[in-house]
Design a protein around this ligand. Structure first.
Ligand SMILES: Nc1ncnc2c1ncn2[C@@H]1O[C@H](COP(=O)(O)OP(=O)(O)OP(=O)(O)O)[C@@H](O)[C@H]1O
Length: 286
């Protein structure tokens, strides 16, 4: 299969353990080219581990991963060239200007020297930071820092953009601004986006398809509408009240609630809404 026709990502029986603890447990996943695919799940579900395995940042896992038909274990550099990655952790340097931050990534990604200046300025313009590129990142707001990190990832013109909690800690306006930029770039390039999120709203509004993960395993897969529709059908068949219409939160509870895997702690059962962590935006300004 050529990289043109291959799925953006295919994971087959993917597993990864930290010591005796299984972070990802037999995951099968297929991300189609051009879609926004969301990995949704509470803390510890295995989302970040899955992403890091795809990005080649973890030692070789068990199972198979393909990124546009390439194997990250054997074709590490080829895969890295296809990917732009925005990790959860802060990746912008507050002591550099926006421009310098993106220039740094252009060198790291080995963007050809003669294309560098144009690509850096395109990436900054694409995220709406062209006018403030010569200001220190320390003076940027949380939303601007997140857009700067997006520019860093975009400077290599990736076919697959991987975002780990892209809008955590941002207010709704900054969130929308980040997503608007991502979608503008997608419509211009056909780029695929793989994103993790805790946010039901973000998953519902922004993702074409979702994988619900819990305790390292895939619990459900589909469009937000399909996932909710399946729960409606299940309620109908089991004689449960049809209203109110289910939310994604209800879908998640249905798939990961008591009786599945380790139903153990009460904390784990229903805590989906309680896991929203902030990315400590304020400290990232200084
Ligand atoms: N470096 C590590 N060393 C040991 N255990 C780890 C490490 N990274 C993750 N884990 C464990 O692996 C499991 C999955 O973690 P992972 O970060 O992939 O989950 P997640 O769904 O991304 O959660 P979060 O939303 O909190 O980032 C958790 O039990 C976590 O404690």
């Amino acid at each position: 299969m050529t990289t043109e026709t291959a799925p953006a990502v295919r994971c087959t029986a993917l597993s990864y353990s930290f010591g005796n603890s299984k972070a990802v447990d037999g995951l099968d996943l297929l991300v189609r080219p051009g879609e926004v695919f969301g990995l949704l799940g509470p803390n510890g579900a295995g989302k970040t581990t899955t992403m890091r395995a795809i990005t080649t940042l973890l030692p070789v896992p068990t199972g198979v991963i393909e990124v546009f038909g390439q194997d990250p274990a054997r074709q590490q550099m080829a895969v890295r060239r296809l990917i732009g990655y925005v990790p959860q952790q802060l990746s912008a340097d507050a002591g550099l200007t926006g421009l310098e931050n993106v220039q740094l990534f252009a060198r790291v990604y080995d963007v050809p020297r003669r294309e560098r200046a144009a690509r850096v300025s395109q990436a900054l313009d694409a995220v709406g930071l062209g006018d403030v590129a010569r200001r220190l990142a320390a003076t940027y707001s949380g939303g601007m820092v997140r857009r700067l990190e997006l520019a860093q990832a975009l400077v290599s013109a990736p076919r697959l953009l991987i975002l780990d909690e892209p809008t955590i800690g941002l207010d709704p306006i900054a969130r929308d601004s980040v997503w608007d930029r991502i979608n503008e770039i997608r419509s211009g390039t056909g780029m695929t986006v793989l994103v993790t999120t805790h946010s039901m709203d973000e998953a519902d509004r922004r993702c074409d398809r979702l994988a619900l993960m819990h305790l390292g395993r895939l619990r459900a897969l589909g469009t937000p509408a399909d996932l909710k529709g399946e729960l409606v059908a299940h309620r109908r068949e089991s004689g449960e009240p049809a209203s109110p219409p289910p939310s994604l939160e209800d879908v998640f509870r249905h798939h990961s609630g008591s009786g599945l895997d380790d139903p153990g702690s009460e904390e784990e059962k229903g805590a989906f809404n309680d896991v929203r962590r902030t990315r400590r935006t304020a400290t990232r300004r200084g």
